[in-house]
Design a binder for this molecule. Structure first.
Ligand code: ADP
Ligand code: 3PG
Ligand code: MG
Length: 413
C-alpha cells in the first residue's frame, strides 16, 4: 500500500460542475513597467486548474501580490489574468475586486468551465488579519461550494484566504500543495543516504532552524554564501569587509554542540563543512580573486565560494543520494560571483541518481535562470520561499494543517 497524502485533495471529492474557490500564489516578480518577469508560480498552478476544468468546474481564483497597504494599482493582478489566459489558451475573466456584488454577479452568470481571477486580496487589510468576516464574504461573493488550497508559497501564512476560510467551506488540497509537501517532507524524513544539504544565502538567523533540523537528518551540511562568513568569524577567522551577522555566537554554539552530540568532536568538520577558500572583490566588480580562508585581508569582501570549495562541495554532491539546497552560495546579483552557485547547480543537476530538492525564493530564481530545462534538471524546485524554508525546518504550515484530514490505509498523521 503506497503512502497517501495526509490531507484530502481534489481527487478525494466529487467536484463535477461545482463552483470552486481556489487560493493560488500568484505573487510573481514584476519588471519596473509592471510586466511579469517570471511566471514560474503561474505555470505551477496549471495542473490543479486543468484538473478542475476537466471536471467542468467554475473556477474562482484568488491570490495576493506584493505587500500593498490598501489599494495599489501597481499591484493589480490584471496582468496575471492575461498571462494565465495565454498559458491555458482560453479566456480568463478578471474582476477588479475580490468581494461584493460585482464578484457575485459575474460568477453567478459565468458558465461552467469559466475561469475568474479576483483582484489582489491584500487590497483589504482583513486578509492578513485572518478576519473571519472577510473569509465569509469571499465565500458568499463567489458562491463556491468547495475551497481548494493550492498556494504553497503562502501556506505558512495564517491569513483569511489560507486559514479563516477553511472554517467556512469544505477545504481540500490542490495538486501543487500535495506535490510540494510530499517532495520536501519525503526528502527530509525518508532520504536516500547520504543526504547532502547545501545551505547558503544571506543570514544565519533566517535559517537557524533549518540548520538545526539538518544536523539531525543530514549526513553532510555544506555551508556557503554570506552565511559562511558568520560561521568563519565564529571559528576565529578574519572575514574582512564581508557581509556577516553579529550576535550569532550563542546560536552557533548551540549548533556546534548539537553537531558534536551527533558525530563526536573530531568529526564535526565532516558534518558541518565550511569553505576552505572564498572569492573576494566588491559587489560591482568584474573581477574575482580567490583566497584561502586564513588569507582574507581587512579590505576583502568574500562574495562567493572559491575553486577548492567548489571542487570539495561538488565531490560530496556527486556521491549524494538526496540533495537539499536552500540559499545561494554567493552574491548572485553580480554574475562574477554567481559562479559558485552555477557550479553547485551543475553538480546537483549532474547527479541524476539523486533526489534533488531546491527551496528558497532566491535559490529557486537562480536555478530556474541557470537551467535551460525550466527546472526539470532537478527533482523538485519549490515555488515557496518562506514556506519551503519553514517546511524544511520541520514546522507545520497553517494553510495546509487547516485542510480536511485524509483517512484510510496509507495515511500517516
Ligand atoms: P533564499 O531566498 O534562497 O532563501 P536568501 O534570501 O537567504 O536565499 O539569500 C539570498 C541572498 O544572499 C542573495 O541576495 C545573495 O546575493 C545574497 N548572498 C549570498 N552570498 C553572499 C555573500 N557572500 N555576500 C553578500 N551577499 C550574499
Ligand atoms: C512569497 O513570495 O514568499 C509568498 O508569496 C508569501 O508572500 P509574503 O511573504 O508577502 O507573505
Ligand atoms: Mg531570499
Amino acid at each position: 500500500m503506497g503512502k497517501r497524502f495526509f490531507k484530502q485533495t481534489i481527487r478525494d471529492v466529487d467536484v463535477e460542475r461545482q463552483t470552486v474557490l481556489v487560493r493560488v500564489d500568484y505573487n510573481v516578480p514584476l519588471h519596473e513597467d509592471g510586466t511579469i518577469s517570471d511566471d514560474f508560480r503561474i505555470r505551477a498552478s496549471l495542473p490543479t486548474i486543468k484538473y478542475l476544468l476537466d471536471h467542468q468546474c467554475k473556477l474562482v481564483l484568488m491570490s495576493h501580490l506584493g505587500r500593498p497597504e490598501g489599494r495599489d494599482e501597481k499591484l493589480s493582478l490584471a496582468p496575471v489574468a492575461a498571462r494565465l489566459a495565454e498559458l491555458l489558451g482560453r479566456s480568463v475573466m478578471f474582476i477588479d475586486d475580490c468581494v461584493g456584488d460585482k464578484v457575485r454577479q459575474t460568477v453567478r452568470h459565468a458558465p461552467c468551465g469559466s475561469i475568474i481571477l479576483l483582484e489582489n486580496l491584500r487590497f483589504y487589510k482583513e486578509e492578513e488579519a485572518d478576519d473571519a468576516s472577510f473569509a465569509k464574504a469571499l465565500v458568499k461573493s463567489s458562491g463556491a461550494s468547495f475551497f481548494v488550497q493550492d498556494a504553497f508559497g503562502a501556506a505558512h501564512r495564517a491569513h483569511a484566504s489560507t486559514h479563516a476560510i477553511t472554517l467556512c467551506l469544505p477545504s481540500f488540497a490542490g495538486l501543487l500543495i500535495e506535490k510540494e509537501y510530499t517532495a520536501i517532507t519525503d526528502a527530509m524524513a525518508h532520504p536516500a543516504h547520504p543526504l547532502v544539504a547545501v545551505v547558503g544565502g544571506a543570514k544565519v538567523s533566517d535559517k537557524i532552524e533549518l540548520v538545526e533540523r539538518l544536523i539531525t537528518v543530514a549526513d553532510k551540511i555544506l555551508i556557503g554564501g554570506a552565511m559562511a562568513n558568520t560561521f568563519l568569524k565564529y571559528k576565529g577567522y578574519e572575514v574582512g569587509s564581508s557581509v556577516f551577522e553579529d550576535g550569532q555566537d550563542e546560536v552557533l554554539g548551540r549548533i556546534y554542540q548539537k553537531a558534536e552530540e551527533k558525530v563526536g568532536a573530531e568529526r564535526i568538520a565532516d558534518l558541518l563543512v565550511l569553505p576552505p577558500d572564498v572569492a573576494v572583490g566588491n559587489k560591482q566588480s568584474s573581477e574575482r580573486r580567490e583566497v584561502a580562508i586564513d588569507g582574507i585581508e581587512p579590505e576583502d569582501m568574500a562574495l562567493d565560494i572559491g575553486s577548492r570549495t567548489i571542487d570539495c562541495f561538488s565531490a560530496y554532491l556527486r556521491g549524494a543520494g538526496t540533495i537539499i539546497w536552500n540559499g545561494p552560495v554567493g552574491y548572485t546579483d553580480n554574475e562574477v560571483f554567481s559562479y559558485g552557485s552555477a557550479r553547485i547547480a551543475l553538480a546537483v543537476a549532474s547527479n541524476t541518481k539523486a533526489i534533488s530538492v531546491v527551496g528558497g525564493g532566491d535559490t529557486a530564481d537562480f536555478v530556474l535562470k541557470w537551467d535551460g530545462n525550466g527546472g526539470a534538471s532537478f527533482t523538485h524546485v519549490s515555488t515557496g520561499g518562506g514556506a519551503s524554508l519553514e517546511l524544511m525546518s520541520g514546522k507545520k504550515l497553517p494553510g495546509i494543517e487547516s485542510l480536511l484530514d485524509a483517512y484510510g490505509p496509507g495515511v500517516v498523521h
